[in-house]
Write a new protein. Structure first.
Length: 255
């Protein structure tokens, strides 16, 4: 187990952000691995984070187990599996920085467009039903691929689901189940790459009490956010996440 005080100084806030994200404030958890990478290698940071995410998923799925959209999950989960497999196969050829930059830039543009379209003076338009749900398939593949390559599966998922204007708890429940399954799909790849080391597992175990408490805190907080303001908050978070991804991606490519 890691014993460096500086690691825990950055890891504990990172795990709290993960918990708030799992509790319903989608997106902000993307900063967790970069925060931990200030003290350890990005590979070790990701290896520590995945078991924590899986435990947090249990809390978030249970908390929103009655509110989720089966059609979205049935469409996007098989597509995400294909994206994860593609990401694993192409990991040696794809630069995570390029993926982060592209996802970040698209996320910012998408969120700004949605905020403009749904501003207080404009009527809110719900996404029309699709005859052929190709957007969901593409979004699922993209979410799985970016999650495997750069731990950035949230924005592609949100770009497909947010315009549907689901009830707040249905959006959170659908997101919770989707990423719970996606995280388990990533386990074989991590195992094959030898990333589940004894050090990583013991360190993750030490952080679990914070992880569980922060997820419950996120659930408690998000249920006290007025439903009318929830999506506006998520779009603003998506802009922040997109900016962080774009910055990290550009820095990686230039470095």
């Amino acid at each position: 187990m890691l014993t460096d005080p500086f690691f825990y100084a950055v890891a504990i806030p990172a795990v709290i952000l993960l918990g708030l994200a799992k509790g319903g404030f989608a997106g902000i958890g993307v900063i967790a691995v970069p925060m931990m990478a200030l003290a350890v290698s990005p590979v070790l940071a990701a290896s520590i984070t995945l078991p924590i995410l899986i435990v947090q998923d249990v809390v978030s799925v249970w908390s929103f187990r009655k509110t989720w959209d089966g059609k979205i999950l049935a469409l996007m989960l098989p597509s995400a599996a294909a994206g994860i497999a593609l990401g694993y196969a192409l990991a040696a050829f794809v630069k995570p920085g390029a993926v982060e930059l592209a996802v970040g830039a698209v996320s910012i543009v998408f969120a700004l467009m949605r905020l403009w379209a749904e501003r207080a003076s404009a009527p809110v338009r719900v996404a029309r039903a699709e005859r052929i749900p190709w957007r969901g398939v593409v979004a699922g593949v993209a979410a799985g691929f970016t999650s495997q390559i750069a731990h950035a599966g949230g924005p592609p998922f949100q770009m497909y689901v947010l315009p549907k204007n689901l009830p707040r708890d249905t959006f959170i429940g659908t997101s919770a189940i989707f990423f719970a399954v996606v995280n388990w799909m990533k386990v074989p790849a991590y195992w094959a790459l030898g990333q589940f080391t004894r050090e990583a597992m013991l360190t993750a175990a030490a952080l679990l009490p914070v992880a569980i408490a922060s997820t419950y805190a996120g659930v408690w907080l998000v249920r006290r956010v007025p439903a009318a303001n929830f999506y506006r908050i998520i779009y603003l978070l998506l802009i922040a996440v997109g900016a962080k991804l774009a910055w990290d991606g550009a820095a990686s490519l230039m470095g």
